[in-house]
Design a protein around this ligand. Structure first.
Ligand SMILES: Cc1cc2nc3c(=O)[nH]c(=O)nc-3n(C[C@H](O)[C@H](O)[C@H](O)COP(=O)(O)OP(=O)(O)OC[C@H]3O[C@@H](n4cnc5c(N)ncnc54)[C@H](O)[C@@H]3O)c2cc1C
Length: 420
Protein backbone atom coordinates (compact mmCIF):
# COMPACT_ATOMS: atom_id res chain seq x y z
CA UNK A 1 0.00 0.00 0.00
CA UNK A 2 1.16 3.52 -0.72
CA UNK A 3 1.58 5.19 2.67
CA UNK A 4 1.62 8.68 1.16
CA UNK A 5 -1.89 8.25 -0.17
CA UNK A 6 -3.33 7.12 3.13
CA UNK A 7 -1.69 9.92 5.01
CA UNK A 8 -2.92 12.55 2.55
CA UNK A 9 -6.51 11.35 2.77
CA UNK A 10 -6.32 11.47 6.56
CA UNK A 11 -4.97 15.01 6.52
CA UNK A 12 -7.97 16.06 4.44
CA UNK A 13 -10.40 14.40 6.84
CA UNK A 14 -8.82 15.80 9.96
CA UNK A 15 -9.03 19.33 8.68
CA UNK A 16 -12.14 20.86 10.23
CA UNK A 17 -12.48 23.52 7.57
CA UNK A 18 -14.31 21.10 5.30
CA UNK A 19 -14.96 20.69 1.63
CA UNK A 20 -12.95 23.67 0.39
CA UNK A 21 -9.83 22.20 1.93
CA UNK A 22 -10.71 18.70 0.74
CA UNK A 23 -10.97 19.97 -2.81
CA UNK A 24 -7.44 21.35 -2.54
CA UNK A 25 -6.00 18.09 -1.29
CA UNK A 26 -4.33 16.36 -4.20
CA UNK A 27 -3.18 12.80 -3.88
CA UNK A 28 0.20 11.93 -5.23
CA UNK A 29 -0.49 9.85 -8.36
CA UNK A 30 0.06 6.18 -7.74
CA UNK A 31 2.31 4.69 -10.38
CA UNK A 32 1.49 1.07 -11.22
CA UNK A 33 4.71 -0.87 -11.43
CA UNK A 34 3.60 -3.77 -13.62
CA UNK A 35 1.03 -2.42 -16.06
CA UNK A 36 -0.46 -5.22 -18.10
CA UNK A 37 1.08 -8.03 -16.09
CA UNK A 38 0.12 -7.31 -12.46
CA UNK A 39 -2.57 -9.73 -11.34
CA UNK A 40 -4.79 -8.83 -8.42
CA UNK A 41 -7.27 -11.08 -6.69
CA UNK A 42 -10.01 -8.52 -7.20
CA UNK A 43 -10.40 -5.18 -9.00
CA UNK A 44 -13.10 -2.88 -7.64
CA UNK A 45 -14.16 -0.04 -9.93
CA UNK A 46 -15.41 3.11 -8.20
CA UNK A 47 -14.75 4.53 -4.71
CA UNK A 48 -18.34 5.43 -3.70
CA UNK A 49 -19.92 3.63 -0.73
CA UNK A 50 -20.42 0.38 -2.70
CA UNK A 51 -16.86 0.11 -4.01
CA UNK A 52 -15.10 1.39 -0.91
CA UNK A 53 -17.12 -0.92 1.36
CA UNK A 54 -16.45 -3.94 -0.85
CA UNK A 55 -12.72 -3.09 -0.90
CA UNK A 56 -12.67 -2.63 2.89
CA UNK A 57 -14.30 -6.00 3.46
CA UNK A 58 -12.03 -7.79 0.95
CA UNK A 59 -8.97 -6.04 2.37
CA UNK A 60 -9.85 -7.17 5.91
CA UNK A 61 -9.71 -10.74 4.67
CA UNK A 62 -6.27 -10.18 3.14
CA UNK A 63 -7.60 -10.41 -0.42
CA UNK A 64 -5.35 -8.31 -2.70
CA UNK A 65 -7.64 -5.69 -4.13
CA UNK A 66 -7.01 -2.90 -6.63
CA UNK A 67 -9.44 0.01 -6.24
CA UNK A 68 -9.80 2.07 -9.42
CA UNK A 69 -11.38 5.54 -9.48
CA UNK A 70 -11.99 7.84 -12.45
CA UNK A 71 -11.91 11.09 -10.44
CA UNK A 72 -9.08 12.61 -8.46
CA UNK A 73 -9.77 11.90 -4.78
CA UNK A 74 -11.27 13.26 -2.68
CA UNK A 75 -14.16 13.91 -5.07
CA UNK A 76 -17.67 15.24 -4.58
CA UNK A 77 -20.84 13.43 -5.70
CA UNK A 78 -24.34 14.86 -6.35
CA UNK A 79 -26.10 13.63 -3.22
CA UNK A 80 -28.08 14.94 -0.26
CA UNK A 81 -25.61 13.11 1.97
CA UNK A 82 -28.31 11.88 4.37
CA UNK A 83 -27.21 8.73 6.21
CA UNK A 84 -30.25 7.10 7.80
CA UNK A 85 -29.86 5.68 11.31
CA UNK A 86 -29.57 2.19 9.83
CA UNK A 87 -26.42 3.27 7.96
CA UNK A 88 -24.94 4.59 11.20
CA UNK A 89 -25.59 1.15 12.74
CA UNK A 90 -24.25 -0.78 9.76
CA UNK A 91 -20.84 0.88 9.52
CA UNK A 92 -18.28 -0.74 11.80
CA UNK A 93 -16.29 2.44 12.44
CA UNK A 94 -16.68 5.83 14.04
CA UNK A 95 -18.19 8.48 11.76
CA UNK A 96 -17.80 11.46 14.13
CA UNK A 97 -15.11 13.04 11.92
CA UNK A 98 -17.53 13.35 8.98
CA UNK A 99 -21.02 13.78 10.47
CA UNK A 100 -21.88 17.48 10.22
CA UNK A 101 -25.34 17.37 11.81
CA UNK A 102 -27.44 14.73 13.49
CA UNK A 103 -31.11 15.08 12.54
CA UNK A 104 -33.73 14.40 15.18
CA UNK A 105 -36.67 16.38 13.78
CA UNK A 106 -38.35 16.57 10.40
CA UNK A 107 -40.47 19.42 9.05
CA UNK A 108 -43.19 17.98 6.78
CA UNK A 109 -44.67 20.38 4.22
CA UNK A 110 -47.63 19.89 1.93
CA UNK A 111 -47.32 21.89 -1.30
CA UNK A 112 -44.77 24.25 0.24
CA UNK A 113 -47.27 25.23 2.94
CA UNK A 114 -46.73 25.65 6.67
CA UNK A 115 -44.39 22.94 8.04
CA UNK A 116 -45.54 20.34 10.59
CA UNK A 117 -42.76 19.28 12.97
CA UNK A 118 -42.27 15.58 13.79
CA UNK A 119 -39.60 13.64 15.68
CA UNK A 120 -37.94 14.19 19.03
CA UNK A 121 -34.89 12.79 20.76
CA UNK A 122 -33.86 9.88 18.58
CA UNK A 123 -31.23 10.35 15.85
CA UNK A 124 -32.95 9.73 12.52
CA UNK A 125 -30.33 10.81 9.99
CA UNK A 126 -26.66 11.87 10.02
CA UNK A 127 -25.67 14.52 7.50
CA UNK A 128 -22.37 14.21 5.62
CA UNK A 129 -20.64 15.82 2.69
CA UNK A 130 -19.90 13.05 0.27
CA UNK A 131 -16.31 14.10 -0.44
CA UNK A 132 -15.48 13.65 3.23
CA UNK A 133 -17.62 10.56 3.87
CA UNK A 134 -16.35 8.69 0.81
CA UNK A 135 -12.75 9.65 1.60
CA UNK A 136 -13.19 8.14 5.06
CA UNK A 137 -14.43 4.86 3.57
CA UNK A 138 -11.50 4.73 1.14
CA UNK A 139 -9.13 5.49 3.98
CA UNK A 140 -10.56 2.54 5.94
CA UNK A 141 -10.10 0.25 2.93
CA UNK A 142 -6.48 1.38 2.46
CA UNK A 143 -5.92 0.89 6.18
CA UNK A 144 -6.47 -2.87 5.84
CA UNK A 145 -3.10 -3.10 4.11
CA UNK A 146 -4.40 -5.29 1.26
CA UNK A 147 -6.00 -2.58 -0.89
CA UNK A 148 -4.20 -0.43 -3.45
CA UNK A 149 -5.80 2.73 -4.82
CA UNK A 150 -5.44 4.22 -8.30
CA UNK A 151 -7.45 7.40 -8.70
CA UNK A 152 -7.49 9.44 -11.92
CA UNK A 153 -7.95 6.10 -13.67
CA UNK A 154 -11.11 5.42 -15.70
CA UNK A 155 -12.44 2.01 -16.68
CA UNK A 156 -12.64 1.73 -20.47
CA UNK A 157 -13.20 -1.95 -21.30
CA UNK A 158 -13.66 -5.37 -19.70
CA UNK A 159 -12.70 -8.72 -21.15
CA UNK A 160 -13.32 -12.10 -19.51
CA UNK A 161 -11.14 -15.15 -20.17
CA UNK A 162 -11.54 -18.45 -18.37
CA UNK A 163 -10.13 -17.86 -14.90
CA UNK A 164 -9.44 -14.10 -15.19
CA UNK A 165 -10.77 -10.70 -16.21
CA UNK A 166 -8.80 -8.06 -18.09
CA UNK A 167 -9.62 -4.49 -17.13
CA UNK A 168 -8.54 -1.81 -19.60
CA UNK A 169 -8.28 1.65 -18.06
CA UNK A 170 -7.06 5.10 -19.06
CA UNK A 171 -3.77 4.18 -17.33
CA UNK A 172 -3.12 0.69 -18.57
CA UNK A 173 -4.58 -2.81 -18.48
CA UNK A 174 -4.86 -4.82 -15.29
CA UNK A 175 -5.80 -8.40 -14.63
CA UNK A 176 -7.81 -9.88 -11.75
CA UNK A 177 -9.57 -13.08 -10.85
CA UNK A 178 -12.80 -11.19 -10.19
CA UNK A 179 -14.16 -7.66 -10.77
CA UNK A 180 -16.76 -5.63 -8.87
CA UNK A 181 -18.23 -2.77 -10.93
CA UNK A 182 -19.29 -0.05 -8.46
CA UNK A 183 -18.92 2.99 -10.68
CA UNK A 184 -22.33 4.54 -10.10
CA UNK A 185 -25.53 5.30 -12.00
CA UNK A 186 -23.80 6.30 -15.26
CA UNK A 187 -20.88 3.93 -14.78
CA UNK A 188 -18.95 2.36 -17.59
CA UNK A 189 -19.12 -1.17 -16.16
CA UNK A 190 -22.93 -1.39 -16.37
CA UNK A 191 -22.78 0.29 -19.79
CA UNK A 192 -20.23 -2.20 -21.14
CA UNK A 193 -22.31 -5.12 -19.86
CA UNK A 194 -25.48 -3.75 -21.42
CA UNK A 195 -27.21 -3.33 -18.04
CA UNK A 196 -28.18 0.31 -18.54
CA UNK A 197 -30.62 -0.47 -21.35
CA UNK A 198 -33.49 -1.44 -19.03
CA UNK A 199 -32.83 0.87 -16.08
CA UNK A 200 -35.56 3.13 -14.78
CA UNK A 201 -33.94 6.47 -13.93
CA UNK A 202 -35.34 8.89 -11.36
CA UNK A 203 -34.16 12.46 -12.08
CA UNK A 204 -33.03 14.83 -9.31
CA UNK A 205 -31.72 18.40 -9.09
CA UNK A 206 -29.82 19.65 -6.06
CA UNK A 207 -27.99 22.77 -4.97
CA UNK A 208 -25.70 23.73 -2.12
CA UNK A 209 -26.80 27.06 -0.66
CA UNK A 210 -24.67 29.16 1.67
CA UNK A 211 -26.40 30.08 4.92
CA UNK A 212 -25.68 33.05 7.10
CA UNK A 213 -24.45 32.40 10.63
CA UNK A 214 -27.74 33.76 12.05
CA UNK A 215 -29.73 31.13 10.19
CA UNK A 216 -27.70 28.13 11.34
CA UNK A 217 -29.73 27.82 14.55
CA UNK A 218 -33.00 27.52 12.61
CA UNK A 219 -31.72 24.35 10.88
CA UNK A 220 -30.05 22.82 13.91
CA UNK A 221 -30.83 19.06 14.01
CA UNK A 222 -33.73 19.25 11.58
CA UNK A 223 -34.41 18.64 7.92
CA UNK A 224 -37.39 19.53 5.77
CA UNK A 225 -39.42 17.54 3.23
CA UNK A 226 -42.03 18.89 0.81
CA UNK A 227 -44.51 16.70 -1.03
CA UNK A 228 -47.52 17.20 -3.29
CA UNK A 229 -46.21 20.25 -5.18
CA UNK A 230 -45.36 18.33 -8.37
CA UNK A 231 -46.92 14.93 -9.05
CA UNK A 232 -44.54 12.10 -8.17
CA UNK A 233 -41.86 14.51 -6.93
CA UNK A 234 -40.59 15.65 -3.53
CA UNK A 235 -38.30 18.37 -2.24
CA UNK A 236 -35.76 18.33 0.60
CA UNK A 237 -33.64 20.70 2.67
CA UNK A 238 -30.68 18.96 4.33
CA UNK A 239 -28.46 21.10 6.61
CA UNK A 240 -24.68 20.63 6.56
CA UNK A 241 -22.18 22.73 8.54
CA UNK A 242 -22.19 26.08 6.76
CA UNK A 243 -24.60 25.22 3.93
CA UNK A 244 -27.97 23.74 3.05
CA UNK A 245 -28.38 21.02 0.48
CA UNK A 246 -31.67 21.90 -1.22
CA UNK A 247 -33.07 19.59 -3.88
CA UNK A 248 -35.99 17.99 -5.67
CA UNK A 249 -36.35 14.50 -7.09
CA UNK A 250 -39.01 12.62 -9.03
CA UNK A 251 -40.16 9.04 -8.71
CA UNK A 252 -41.34 8.82 -12.34
CA UNK A 253 -38.57 9.03 -14.91
CA UNK A 254 -40.25 9.49 -18.26
CA UNK A 255 -43.44 10.63 -16.50
CA UNK A 256 -41.86 13.86 -15.25
CA UNK A 257 -40.96 16.54 -17.76
CA UNK A 258 -37.51 18.04 -17.19
CA UNK A 259 -38.92 21.55 -17.46
CA UNK A 260 -41.52 20.80 -14.72
CA UNK A 261 -38.84 19.46 -12.39
CA UNK A 262 -36.62 22.50 -13.05
CA UNK A 263 -39.56 24.85 -12.36
CA UNK A 264 -40.30 22.95 -9.12
CA UNK A 265 -36.60 23.16 -8.11
CA UNK A 266 -36.73 26.95 -8.58
CA UNK A 267 -39.98 27.39 -6.66
CA UNK A 268 -38.89 25.05 -3.89
CA UNK A 269 -35.65 26.96 -3.42
CA UNK A 270 -37.48 30.29 -3.36
CA UNK A 271 -39.86 29.01 -0.67
CA UNK A 272 -37.16 27.48 1.49
CA UNK A 273 -34.14 29.81 1.30
CA UNK A 274 -35.50 32.94 -0.43
CA UNK A 275 -34.44 34.82 -3.55
CA UNK A 276 -31.20 36.31 -2.24
CA UNK A 277 -29.53 33.10 -1.00
CA UNK A 278 -26.13 32.37 -2.58
CA UNK A 279 -25.96 29.16 -4.64
CA UNK A 280 -22.57 27.49 -4.25
CA UNK A 281 -23.21 24.67 -6.70
CA UNK A 282 -26.15 23.20 -8.62
CA UNK A 283 -26.29 19.87 -10.37
CA UNK A 284 -28.77 17.42 -11.92
CA UNK A 285 -28.31 13.66 -11.70
CA UNK A 286 -30.25 10.39 -11.69
CA UNK A 287 -31.11 7.62 -9.24
CA UNK A 288 -31.25 4.23 -11.00
CA UNK A 289 -33.67 1.36 -10.33
CA UNK A 290 -32.89 -2.23 -11.28
CA UNK A 291 -35.83 -4.04 -12.89
CA UNK A 292 -36.87 -7.32 -11.23
CA UNK A 293 -34.72 -10.16 -12.57
CA UNK A 294 -32.30 -7.82 -14.38
CA UNK A 295 -28.83 -9.36 -14.72
CA UNK A 296 -26.13 -7.96 -12.39
CA UNK A 297 -23.62 -10.83 -12.48
CA UNK A 298 -21.67 -12.15 -15.50
CA UNK A 299 -19.27 -14.95 -14.56
CA UNK A 300 -16.40 -13.19 -12.80
CA UNK A 301 -17.86 -9.67 -13.04
CA UNK A 302 -20.59 -8.32 -10.80
CA UNK A 303 -22.23 -4.95 -10.25
CA UNK A 304 -22.96 -3.25 -6.91
CA UNK A 305 -24.66 -0.07 -5.66
CA UNK A 306 -25.98 2.41 -8.23
CA UNK A 307 -24.19 0.47 -11.00
CA UNK A 308 -26.63 -2.36 -10.20
CA UNK A 309 -29.61 0.04 -9.83
CA UNK A 310 -30.03 -0.66 -6.11
CA UNK A 311 -31.75 2.53 -4.95
CA UNK A 312 -34.84 2.62 -2.76
CA UNK A 313 -37.50 4.46 -4.77
CA UNK A 314 -39.79 5.79 -2.04
CA UNK A 315 -37.21 7.97 -0.26
CA UNK A 316 -34.41 7.96 -2.86
CA UNK A 317 -32.03 6.41 -0.35
CA UNK A 318 -29.04 4.82 -2.09
CA UNK A 319 -26.10 4.86 0.32
CA UNK A 320 -27.43 2.11 2.61
CA UNK A 321 -28.13 -0.17 -0.37
CA UNK A 322 -24.74 0.62 -1.91
CA UNK A 323 -23.01 -0.36 1.34
CA UNK A 324 -25.10 -3.51 1.73
CA UNK A 325 -24.50 -4.62 -1.85
CA UNK A 326 -20.78 -3.88 -1.43
CA UNK A 327 -20.73 -6.19 1.58
CA UNK A 328 -22.67 -8.91 -0.24
CA UNK A 329 -20.38 -8.57 -3.27
CA UNK A 330 -17.29 -8.92 -1.09
CA UNK A 331 -18.70 -12.00 0.67
CA UNK A 332 -19.63 -13.60 -2.63
CA UNK A 333 -16.25 -12.87 -4.24
CA UNK A 334 -14.38 -14.08 -1.17
CA UNK A 335 -16.30 -17.40 -1.19
CA UNK A 336 -15.61 -17.94 -4.88
CA UNK A 337 -11.90 -17.21 -4.49
CA UNK A 338 -11.41 -19.36 -1.41
CA UNK A 339 -13.96 -22.19 -1.66
CA UNK A 340 -15.04 -22.00 -5.31
CA UNK A 341 -18.56 -22.76 -6.45
CA UNK A 342 -20.94 -21.17 -8.94
CA UNK A 343 -21.83 -17.44 -9.09
CA UNK A 344 -24.15 -16.65 -6.17
CA UNK A 345 -24.12 -12.85 -5.92
CA UNK A 346 -27.22 -12.06 -7.96
CA UNK A 347 -29.24 -14.65 -6.04
CA UNK A 348 -28.04 -13.13 -2.75
CA UNK A 349 -29.11 -9.63 -3.87
CA UNK A 350 -32.49 -11.00 -4.98
CA UNK A 351 -32.92 -12.68 -1.62
CA UNK A 352 -31.50 -10.05 0.76
CA UNK A 353 -32.16 -6.65 -0.84
CA UNK A 354 -34.72 -6.85 -3.64
CA UNK A 355 -37.79 -7.71 -1.52
CA UNK A 356 -37.44 -4.39 0.33
CA UNK A 357 -36.52 -2.40 -2.78
CA UNK A 358 -39.51 -3.77 -4.69
CA UNK A 359 -41.86 -3.22 -1.74
CA UNK A 360 -40.67 0.40 -1.54
CA UNK A 361 -41.66 0.83 -5.21
CA UNK A 362 -45.17 -0.37 -4.35
CA UNK A 363 -45.34 2.28 -1.62
CA UNK A 364 -43.99 4.83 -4.10
CA UNK A 365 -47.14 4.19 -6.14
CA UNK A 366 -49.25 5.23 -3.16
CA UNK A 367 -47.34 8.50 -3.24
CA UNK A 368 -47.97 8.83 -6.98
CA UNK A 369 -51.68 8.09 -6.70
CA UNK A 370 -52.63 9.64 -3.32
CA UNK A 371 -49.83 12.01 -2.25
CA UNK A 372 -52.03 13.73 0.33
CA UNK A 373 -52.20 10.52 2.39
CA UNK A 374 -48.40 10.43 2.50
CA UNK A 375 -48.41 13.85 4.15
CA UNK A 376 -51.46 13.61 6.39
CA UNK A 377 -50.73 10.22 7.95
CA UNK A 378 -47.17 10.89 9.22
CA UNK A 379 -48.06 14.50 10.06
CA UNK A 380 -51.11 13.58 12.18
CA UNK A 381 -50.69 10.01 13.37
CA UNK A 382 -48.11 9.26 16.06
CA UNK A 383 -48.22 5.58 15.11
CA UNK A 384 -47.52 6.21 11.43
CA UNK A 385 -44.69 8.61 12.29
CA UNK A 386 -43.19 5.94 14.55
CA UNK A 387 -43.38 3.56 11.57
CA UNK A 388 -41.42 6.10 9.49
CA UNK A 389 -38.77 6.32 12.23
CA UNK A 390 -38.53 2.55 12.28
CA UNK A 391 -37.99 2.47 8.51
CA UNK A 392 -35.15 4.96 8.96
CA UNK A 393 -33.46 3.07 11.78
CA UNK A 394 -33.97 -0.37 10.24
CA UNK A 395 -36.32 -1.72 12.91
CA UNK A 396 -38.93 -2.15 10.20
CA UNK A 397 -38.55 -3.10 6.54
CA UNK A 398 -40.63 -2.05 3.55
CA UNK A 399 -41.31 -5.71 2.79
CA UNK A 400 -43.01 -6.13 6.19
CA UNK A 401 -45.41 -3.21 5.78
CA UNK A 402 -48.13 -4.82 3.69
CA UNK A 403 -48.47 -7.69 6.21
CA UNK A 404 -49.49 -5.05 8.78
CA UNK A 405 -52.47 -4.01 6.66
CA UNK A 406 -54.47 -7.07 7.72
CA UNK A 407 -57.22 -7.91 5.22
CA UNK A 408 -55.93 -5.21 2.82
CA UNK A 409 -52.55 -6.96 2.49
CA UNK A 410 -53.38 -8.92 -0.70
CA UNK A 411 -54.49 -5.65 -2.30
CA UNK A 412 -51.14 -4.01 -1.48
CA UNK A 413 -49.32 -6.98 -3.03
CA UNK A 414 -51.11 -6.26 -6.31
CA UNK A 415 -49.66 -2.76 -6.63
CA UNK A 416 -46.99 -2.88 -9.38
CA UNK A 417 -43.35 -3.15 -8.27
CA UNK A 418 -42.07 -1.36 -11.35
CA UNK A 419 -42.25 2.39 -11.96
CA UNK A 420 -42.69 4.09 -15.32
C1 LIG B 1 -29.42 14.43 -6.07
C2 LIG B 1 -29.21 13.16 -5.30
C3 LIG B 1 -29.40 13.15 -3.92
C4 LIG B 1 -29.21 11.95 -3.19
N1 LIG B 1 -29.35 11.99 -1.83
C5 LIG B 1 -29.16 10.85 -1.11
C6 LIG B 1 -29.24 10.87 0.30
O1 LIG B 1 -29.43 11.91 0.93
N2 LIG B 1 -29.07 9.69 0.97
C7 LIG B 1 -28.82 8.52 0.31
O2 LIG B 1 -28.71 7.47 0.97
N3 LIG B 1 -28.70 8.48 -1.03
C8 LIG B 1 -28.85 9.61 -1.76
N4 LIG B 1 -28.68 9.58 -3.12
C9 LIG B 1 -28.25 8.32 -3.76
C10 LIG B 1 -26.75 8.08 -3.54
O3 LIG B 1 -26.04 9.23 -3.89
C11 LIG B 1 -26.26 6.89 -4.39
O4 LIG B 1 -27.19 5.85 -4.33
C12 LIG B 1 -24.90 6.39 -3.89
O5 LIG B 1 -23.92 7.37 -4.06
C13 LIG B 1 -24.48 5.13 -4.66
O6 LIG B 1 -23.19 4.76 -4.27
P1 LIG B 1 -22.25 3.95 -5.28
O7 LIG B 1 -21.02 3.62 -4.53
O8 LIG B 1 -23.01 2.86 -5.90
O9 LIG B 1 -21.93 4.95 -6.48
P2 LIG B 1 -21.29 6.41 -6.46
O10 LIG B 1 -21.37 7.01 -5.12
O11 LIG B 1 -21.88 7.13 -7.61
O12 LIG B 1 -19.75 6.13 -6.75
C14 LIG B 1 -19.32 5.70 -8.02
C15 LIG B 1 -17.83 6.03 -8.17
O13 LIG B 1 -17.37 5.47 -9.41
C16 LIG B 1 -16.55 6.42 -10.07
N5 LIG B 1 -16.56 6.15 -11.51
C17 LIG B 1 -17.52 6.48 -12.41
N6 LIG B 1 -17.18 6.05 -13.64
C18 LIG B 1 -15.97 5.43 -13.51
C19 LIG B 1 -15.10 4.78 -14.41
N7 LIG B 1 -15.37 4.67 -15.74
N8 LIG B 1 -13.94 4.25 -13.95
C20 LIG B 1 -13.64 4.33 -12.63
N9 LIG B 1 -14.43 4.94 -11.72
C21 LIG B 1 -15.58 5.48 -12.15
C22 LIG B 1 -17.18 7.76 -9.70
O14 LIG B 1 -16.27 8.83 -9.87
C23 LIG B 1 -17.56 7.52 -8.24
O15 LIG B 1 -16.50 7.83 -7.37
C24 LIG B 1 -28.85 10.76 -3.86
C25 LIG B 1 -28.66 10.77 -5.25
C26 LIG B 1 -28.84 11.94 -5.96
C27 LIG B 1 -28.60 11.93 -7.45
Amino acid sequence: MDGVQTQTLRQGLDDASGLAILRNVSLRPWRPRMIGTSCHDVIVIGTGPAGAMAAYELGKQGIRTLLIEKATLPRDKPCGGGLTAKVLDLLPFDLDAVIEQTIRQVELRWRLGKPVLRGGERVLVGMVQRARFDALLVDKALGTGSVTLMDDTALEALHQDPGRVEVRTSRGTFVARMVIGADGANGQSARLLGALRTRHLMPAIEADIAIEAGELERWQNRLQLDIGTLRGAYGWVFPKGDRLNVGVGAICGAGTRGSDLRAYAKRHRLHTVGATARTLRQVGFVLPLRQPGEQIEWGRVLLAGDAAGLVEAFTGEGIYWALRSGLIAAASVSTRLTVGGPPAYEAAIDRELMPDLLAARRWAHIYLWWPRICHVLPARSRRVWQGVEHLLNGKRRFSELSARLGPLAPLAERIPATLK
